[in-house]
Unconditional design. Sequence first.
Length: 447
Amino acid sequence: MQWIRGGSGMLITGDSIVSAEAVWDHVTMANRELAFKAGDVIKVLDASNKDWWWGQIDDEEGWFPASFVRGYLKQCRKRRDMFSDEQLKVIFGNIEDIYRFQMGFVRDLEKQYNNDDPHLSEIGPCFLEHQDGFWIYSEYCNNHLDACMELSKLMKDSRYQHFFEACRLLQQMIDIAIDGFLLTPVQKICKYPLQLAELLKYTAQDHSDYRYVAAALAVMRNVTQQINERKRRLENIDKIAQWQASVLDWEGEDILDRSSELIYTGEMAWIYQPYGRNQQRVFFLFDHQMVLCKKDLIRRDILYYKGRIDMDKYEVVDIEDGRDDDFNVSMKNAFKLHNKETEEIHLFFAKKLEEKIRWLRAFREERKMVQEDEKIGVNSARSIPPSYPPPQDPLNQGQYLVPDGIAQSQVFEFTEPKRSQSPFWQNFSRLQVAFLGVYEGVKTEHT
């Protein structure tokens, strides 16, 4: 008899009998699946499929997820010095919650499938019943940037490169880096509307499931719309970091500590109440804050940091053309930012009325974005300060970088590597099982 050990990565060969110890409980109500508890010893009878193995416990035989028993956990327990609990939380987010949700969702989905008469299956109610559970993907997506940044930092050390690669090889996973696997939940959630749209297309309107599928499609489109928005913002992070690095004399916290999107930018005249002197500045409006910069007198593509305004503390006041008693100036195409706590006032002059209108629209958009983020529990503050490249030499060309290349894609499109067929859950939980193996390989160093 052979045992599957952590470092062996072996499969069955010849007439050998292989036993494996279960890592997790496997509770199942599906036919031909093998149920067991963590710690149970399973006799592996067929391991020809890399995702699902056929095994036996006492007199019971059935399929079970291979990653549940590939036991390299003990090999990792001596390496807890490599990862802190906080690092694991940042890297993997709520991936275990997603896994548990998917296990229950797929089981219920299989119950809705009519094996004898597939055309009588009712899929829609299952999506509606689980609709609240899908929102955990939004939390995962919001954390994904932190995960990538933490991994990028760790991967500078060859120890971590080798460790994660060893995890992948032990799990016999396809040749994708760990950050690629961590992107998988975002990819998967965005496929549900496409699949439901196809199902609705080929479902007769008098079918009992038609209205439920239509409702499920609307629900999943709403979920993926929110996740697409989060993903779109993530794509802008590098541009924002590069822009900040190009601004000279930067002071205070990084933009990404509080903000994730550039909403509008432009040049205006500005008067701050205590000074009363008209100054020309370039303004960058992000969610939660607006940054003030000054152009270099000779090199107009170079910016100098001159301060910021906390938009959470200010309200926008549109004012008519005419004389302003507070600042004692004549106003045209002007508006004010009024601090609700300290009564401080900033006065701005746009060059044209159209430009003023665009700024007022941008301020409304900024507040709407912040409110929507609060509704779905998005916290713009980052738990890990980003690492920026040093500012470029002012003598170099092209430093005035404005992060204006914002991706506006409405739907994700991904090309995934081909995978072998597994007996069950072909389109739903296979990858969740796979990268949970990576998670366990790291996590169990703390157990």
